[in-house]
Write a protein that binds this ligand. Structure first.
Ligand SMILES: N[C@@H](CCC(=O)N[C@@H](CS)C(=O)NCC(=O)O)C(=O)O
Length: 214
């Protein structure tokens, strides 16, 4: 399999965690989103949306959307499942994952931030305020969802799930952007516990071949 990835893309990071938890071998192909490689026609053949990640599986099937990729991997390689079978636990995992992937991440994506600064002319300071606002709203909700789920070291239950695959990259992004995360102790506990696991360490941005030092 080949994963088209960028070291600090949180959507690609989700998939890297899933691949590592499942112990799957894959080739990594860097797509530098800072210089627009995600918009190259050859890449858009693989992922018409023009965002990373994209996966090409061992049969040559190519597709994007990190959650679709993780769901595919989970069904195809059922070892260490990332989505519980039990309906209520599954709904809780998806609720947390989607709160991050649909409600926080898209409004703070690179293309949105660049549109705000380059087309609408907002300042760097206003961009930071925008970013922190949506992180704050979103993580406050996630913190409540974790409380409802009675989270511990993981968002739901006693092993990492899709929810953890989504929370850790989102948290890492928020840290990188200098957001105040002190109001979310349950999220912080999950972040610390997951980051002690080999799969999460291997998937981290600083471990990727295409890392660009800050
Ligand atoms: N819903 C997509 C989101 C993918 C996404 O937004 N990727 C970002 C990096 S985290 C990207 O490619 N950004 C480039 C851009 O905004 O132009 C997924 O989950 O795969």
């Amino acid at each position: 399999m080949k994963l088209y990835s960028f070291f600090n893309s949180s959507a690609a990071y989700r998939v890297r965690i899933a691949l590592a938890i499942k112990g799957l071998d894959y080739q990594s192909e860097a797509v530098n989103i800072r210089v627009g490689e995600q918009l190259n026609p050859a890449y858009r053949q693989l992922n018409p949306i023009g965002l990373v990640p994209a996966l090409v599986d061992d049969s040559g099937l190519a597709f994007g959307q990190s959650l679709a990729i993780i769901d595919y991997l989970d069904r195809r390689y059922p070892q260490r499942p990332l989505l519980p079978q039990e309906e209520r636990a599954r709904a809780t995992v998806l609720e947390i994952a989607l709160a991050i992937c649909c409600d926080i991440h898209p409004v703070n994506n690179l293309r949105v931030l660049r549109y705000l600064t380059d087309e609408l002319g907002i300042s760097e300071a206003q961009k930071k305020t925008w970013y922190a606002h949506w992180v704050e709203q979103g993580l406050a909700a996630v913190e409540k969802l974790l409380e409802k789920a009675d989270s511990g070291d993981y968002c739901v239950g006693h092993a990492p799930t899709l929810a953890d695959c989504c929370l850790i990259p989102q948290w890492a992004n928020a840290l990188r952007m200098g957001c105040d995360l002190s109001a979310y102790p349950r999220c912080a506990r999950v972040y610390l516990a997951c980051n002690a696991l080999a799969a999460f360490i291997a998937a981290a941005p600083e471990q990727q071949q295409d890392v660009i030092p800050a």
